[in-house]
Design a protein around this ligand. Structure first.
Ligand code: TEU
Ligand code: CA
Length: 553
């Protein structure tokens, strides 16, 4: 395996709208991020992934871009951006931008031109099709709101949108569109950004003719719009546009199985460094992202270990348990009420001890939880609001819809960062664009800095260990006791050093027999008072430990 800075990095995801508001309008901004860079140095992370900061009417919080070469007004100006980038570099950190080029906003000048008339030179930048106003051109479903087509009365045609109707899909089959994307990439690289997280990048090639979908195992039409016929050609184009600089690329790959993703991230034949995959975050969902079902720990273990083994020596994993599209991990995979600290630190240990690059969603490092909003009026996410309306129309009971929303909404991860126990949680000095989680008086950065046993200090310790012991980064992966019902355990080996991770994924005490091997000592663990570490152990709820052979370190 080749060595790379991005393999050794720990990435911190910033959702700018909710990180820190510097000018008192209730919306996070770029100057707010600059204010908090010292905190990120203290945490120890090496790279920041910024969710979109470009000009946008914010139908989908910046994932609907109306100008790729300018900054969203609420977030600041290009001058603020340049200052942020310089400050990040000065601290020895890197900055990764979100590249959203499967679709634009319907307010982007290209689309405004395109929708003027069927013979406008920009018409072919998007997918326009004729058809009766009563029947969309095909049966494709969008991710966020029913049919993937919107009828345009002015020109009597339909246009394609795989997300909301304010996010029309770009037509990558048009070489002019590809050239535009290359210009965008060059613009930001010239500024000195260090990489891109590429939004739904495996959706950019659609099957010519846009045929009806027949496979209902996922969104109708997916076999024609996900991993489409020219995807590798287009990804190679993106790769070439990136040039030879040592930039990091993370592709978000929706509706893609392990084999498909392995092809994308293959070090020799692939097109980007790592993939944001969805398998582990769909195990506790039935049909859609709002249909929770109980999580089967065996299935979760199996999933992690298949991804680890498949990519070992071939590609690289993007390790994440939450992001701005997912509920909070401690509420989802842990127990935020009974075992807040224990489960949050266990999940942190998991994240940092598998092979791959860990991605921390802002607030995860202090154990931020799902939010308990009283009513649907408190939610802001378009996907959540659309889901609620759809279910209501279908005759569902409002209270039971709201219950699923509380558990599954993307807004769980989007509430403001909890900096301290003062009013507005130190995020702002006024009411914020979305409500603050009421638990900010106890869960906040300031109190966790002061508490040596906090979740935050545990994250700092993990990040430090990862820097000190290359085996965390480059070690291979061998699972131990795959049949165990609660414990996920694995060995990592690199240049004669061996790590052993033992993670009780459950809130129940259980016993676990350590494999034979060298005598080991505890490198990090989330319970105190553990001494003898041989033979059969009794693991407490969510107990986690990483052991290292005694001869080393
Ligand atoms: O997400 C793609 C995507 O498919 C997710 O929206 C996912 O289906 C859903 O969130 C599950 O709950 C990316 C971005 O991360 C997301 O924020 C955008 O809304 C979306 O693309 C459109 O750009
Ligand atoms: Ca602001």
């Amino acid at each position: 395996m080749k060595r790379s800075w991005w393999k050794e990095a720990v990435v911190y995801q910033i959702y700018p709208r909710s990180f820190r508001d510097s000018n008192g309008d209730g919306i996070g901004d770029l100057q707010g991020i600059i204010e908090k860079l010292d905190y990120l140095s203290y945490l120890g992370i090496n790279a920041i992934w910024l969710n979109p900061v470009y000009k946008s009417p914010n139908d989908d919080n910046g994932y609907d871009i109306s100008d790729y070469l300018d900054i969203m007004e609420e977030f600041g100006s290009m001058k603020d951006f340049d200052q942020l980038l310089a400050a990040v570099h000065e601290k020895g950190m890197r900055l990764i931008m979100d590249l959203v080029v499967n679709h634009t906003s319907d307010e982007h000048p290209w689309f405004l031109q395109s929708s003027k008339s069927p013979d406008n030179p920009y018409r072919d930048y998007y997918f326009w099709r004729t058809g009766e106003k009563s029947t969309p051109p095909n049966n494709w479903q969008s991710f966020f709101e029913g049919p993937a087509w919107q009828y345009d009365d002015a020109t009597s045609q339909w246009y394609l949108h795989l997300f909301t109707r304010k996010q029309p899909d770009l037509n990558w089959d048009n070489p002019k569109v590809r050239d535009e994307v290359r210009e965008i990439i060059r613009f930001w690289l010239k500024k000195g950004v260090d990489g891109f997280r590429m939004d739904v990048i495996n959706l950019i090639s659609k099957r010519p003719g846009l045929p009806d979908g027949t496979d209902s195992s996922d969104l109708l039409g997916h076999e024609h719009f996900a991993n489409g016929p020219r995807i590798h050609e287009y990804l190679r184009f993106v790769q070439e546009s990136l040039g030879d600089g040592d930039v990091m690329t993370v592709g978000e790959t929706v509706i893609a199985d392990l084999d498909t993703v392995a092809g994308y991230v293959d070090e020799k034949e692939g097109s980007f460094n790592m993939a944001i995959n969805f398998e582990h975050v769909t195990l506790d969902r039935d049909k859609g992202s709002f249909d929770p079902i109980p999580l089967d720990l065996q299935a979760l273990k199996g999933c992690f270990s298949r991804w680890q083994k498949k990519l070992d020596g071939r590609g690289w994993n993007c390790l994440y348990l939450s992001n701005h599209d997912q509920p909070r991990q401690v509420s989802r995979f842990g127990e935020d009420a009974n075992y807040h600290r224990e489960s949050a630190t266990m999940l942190a240990t998991l994240l940092h001890s598998m092979q791959g690059t860990p991605f921390i969603m802002q607030g995860e490092e202090i154990g931020m939880t799902n939010v308990d909003f009283p009513s649907i009026g408190d939610y802001r996410d378009i996907a959540t609001l659309n889901y609620y309306r759809e279910q209501l129309t279908a005759g569902e009971n409002p209270e039971s819809i709201l219950e699923r929303v509380r558990q599954c909404s993307r807004d769980n991860a989007r509430t403001p960062m909890q900096w301290n126990d003062q009013d507005y949680a130190g995020f702002s000095d006024t009411a914020s664009w979305i409500g603050i989680n009421t638990n900010f008086r106890t869960i906040n950065v300031k109190s966790e800095i002061e508490d040596p046993d906090s979740i935050l200090n545990y994250y700092r310790q993990l990040i430090k260990l990862r820097r000190e012991y290359p085996v965390f980064v480059y070690g291979d992966f061998t699972e131990i006791h795959p049949e165990h019902l609660q414990v996920f355990s694995y060995k990592r080996r690199f240049e004669g050093t061996e790590l052993l991770a033992v993670l009780n994924l459950s809130g129940k005490e259980c016993s676990f027999s350590l494999p034979d091997g060298p005598s080991r000592r505890l490198l990090i663990g989330n319970y105190t008072g553990r001494r003898g570490i041989t033979g059969t152990l009794t693991l407490r709820p969510y107990e986690a430990m990483v052991l290292i052979d005694d001869m080393r370190g």
